[in-house]
Design a protein around this ligand. Structure first.
Ligand SMILES: [Fe+2]
Length: 146
């Protein structure tokens, strides 16, 4: 059984999803307005940095597996169902939308953890990234609590 292709597929899927999610966080970092501007601006900036740093990890794992990562924006946009944000958007809706992006990624990762069961190294990358995605989801849900 070829164990490489499910790993490359999973990593490419994550590059696509994280590229859109990180740009969405950056969109919020730049465009958020409102009474909690400072906190929101800072949080969205942190999320952007966290997500974009992870993308390199996925791409380099693909290279280690002798594959080539999906790298063109047009291909990445086509490869994920995550959507780019548009204005106007309230600060609260930005938080809600980012939480939805994170929950989508977390759900996708459940499947990837199964499909990469024969490749512990790639699976470990997904598990490590999912730990952070789930932690941030918890924080965003807490922020949105009413
Ligand atoms: Fe900034």
């Amino acid at each position: 059984m070829n164990t490489i292709h499910p790993s490359i597929d999973a990593m490419n899927q994550l590059i696509a999803a994280y590229t859109v999610a990180s740009q969405n966080a950056r969109f919020c970092h730049w465009n958020v307005v409102g009474p909690h501007f400072e906190d929101d601006h800072e949080l969205f900036g942190e999320l952007y940095t966290e997500l974009s740093d992870e993308i390199d990890l996925f791409a380099e794992r693909i290279r280690a597996l002798r594959g080539f990562p999906m790298s063109r924006l047009s291909e990445l946009l086509a490869a994920t169902t995550l959507q780019e944000y548009t204005l106007p958007m309230t600060a609260r809706n930005m938080q809600k939308n980012i939480l939805a992006d994170y929950e989508y990624i977390s759900e996708e990762m459940n499947t990837m953890i199964e499909t990469t069961a024969d490749d512990a190294v790639t699976q470990d990358i997904i598990v490590g990234s999912k730990r952070q995605i789930d932690k941030r989801s918890w924080m965003l849900r807490s922020l949105l609590w009413e």
